[in-house]
Design a binder for this molecule. Structure first.
Ligand SMILES: [Fe+2]
Length: 400
């Protein structure tokens, strides 16, 4: 063994050989998946199911197929839909109360990321008899959550495959990220039929969120050869289908590709983690109760530039994944090209480019920086920022 390899080997950092763990739920993907809900619920032998959803989803035509599938399988269920975007701590605890009073022993989430995160929170808090915010202190000694089956209805959050749950601490107006194996659903049933009637602005915001999941997972200091595969394929699928899916909801192929891209990005970030864009986006989302993808768009430029500087070769690879025919080899040029490409995409999607556009005040910036520094997503950022760095990035991203 020569000196160079022995040094790397002693450190345990031979390329792609760092110890990594990879978790994912059972995945059922494709047309007709949502009609299989009853069969999968029955496999877990739940006696009484808490169906977590929201009013918009209940109004969708296909929701009847989910209920029909449950009835056909003989499942007894009760519906909890008293929740809003960015699941609030008190909404989750109301769900816990309902779950316990109804004698439920299993959870089915039919909705976007907020619904799924709320369902994760209800299951974990109910079985552990603990307030949801107590898990912020520690997830040590958590009892396993009751079985959770998901039907995602947006192509974006990745919550149906991730070990993350995001909760809004309403007293502190902070979005907190809970991470642990207990938050990984058992099964996800992914069917692009569910996104057919989603409003255009939600398709755009959740699609950008998914692309940023792929980006941050790929740049993460906890990435691995396994997560890289998922992240890069997600980048290709999302970049080539998102604008089409927003502007042409009747195009089943692009909605299907977006669902697949979102799924792959979700698996990537669940296992590799995220970074500064999500940390700053969570701070803004918590303050304004803003749509997650909108908050990410507003912080993107400054947060991304800070991260890109630390990961130039990976930026080039990510750009090539999004644009396979691009003939660019210079890493510095790739960095600017990647920034320009995300700017163009956000403009095409009519998403905000600055914090001022979404109602952040300049006086909010110091508190936002302190909050972003506390965010769990920073643990896997490719470059660790100081408080001063984040303050400067918020100032830079405030207006143009
Ligand atoms: Fe996200």
């Amino acid at each position: 063994m020569n000196a160079a390899t022995s040094t790397s080997d002693e450190l345990g950092v031979l390329e792609g050989m760092e110890l990594r763990r990879f978790v994912a739920p059972e995945i059922v993907f494709g047309r007709g998946a949502l009609e299989l809900v009853g069969r999968h619920i029955a496999a877990y032998q739940g006696r009484r199911i808490l169906l977590v959803t929201d009013e918009n989803v209940r109004r969708a035509g296909w929701f009847g197929q989910v209920e029909a599938s449950l009835r056909k399988a003989g499942s007894r269920y009760v519906i909890f839909d008293r929740l809003t975007p960015n699941p609030k701590d008190y909404e989750i605890m109301a769900g816990v109360d309902f779950y316990l009073r109804q004698g439920c022993d299993m959870v089915l989430a039919v909705g976007g990321g907020s619904v799924i995160d709320c369902a994760k929170g209800i299951g974990a808090a109910a079985v552990n008899q603990r307030h949801i915010l107590r898990f912020l202190d520690s997830v040590e000694g958590m009892l396993p959550s009751p079985p959770l089956i998901c039907v995602p209805t947006t192509a974006g959050s990745g919550a149906d495959v991730s070990q993350f749950a995001v909760v809004l601490d309403t007293r502190r107006r902070v979005k907190a990220t809970l991470i642990g194996r207990a938050f990984v659903p058992e099964v996800t049933l992914v069917d692009a039929e569910t996104t057919a009637t989603l409003p255009k602005e939600y398709v755009a915001a959740s699609g950008l969120d998914a692309l940023i999941h792929a980006l941050e997972a790929y740049l993460s200091n906890a990435s691995s050869p396994i997560t890289d595969l998922y992240a890069l394929e997600a980048a290709r699928l999302i970049r080539s289908n998102l604008v089409q899916a927003v502007n042409h909801p009747e195009d089943q192929q692009s909605r299907h590709s977006m669902m697949l891209g979102s799924l792959l990005a979700g698996i990537a970030f669940s296992n590799a983690g995220l970074g500064l864009i999500h940390a700053m986006g969570h701070a803004v989302g918590g303050l304004l109760d803003a749509v997650h993808g909108v908050a990410l768009s507003a912080v993107f430029s400054s947060a991304a530039r800070f991260q890109f500087d630390a990961a130039k070769p990976r930026c080039l690879a990510f750009l090539r994944a999004m644009h396979p025919h691009l003939n660019l080899k210079d890493e510095d040029k790739a960095l600017q090209a990647l920034m320009d490409d995300f700017q163009l995409l956000r403009e095409e999607l009519e998403l905000p480019l600055t914090l001022a556009e979404i109602g952040v005040r300049q006086s909010d910036l110091p508190a936002l920086a302190r909050q972003a520094l506390e965010d769990a997503c920073l643990a896997t950022a490719p470059r660790a920022p100081t408080l001063e760095d984040i303050e400067e990035l918020f100032v830079e991203g405030y207006g143009r």
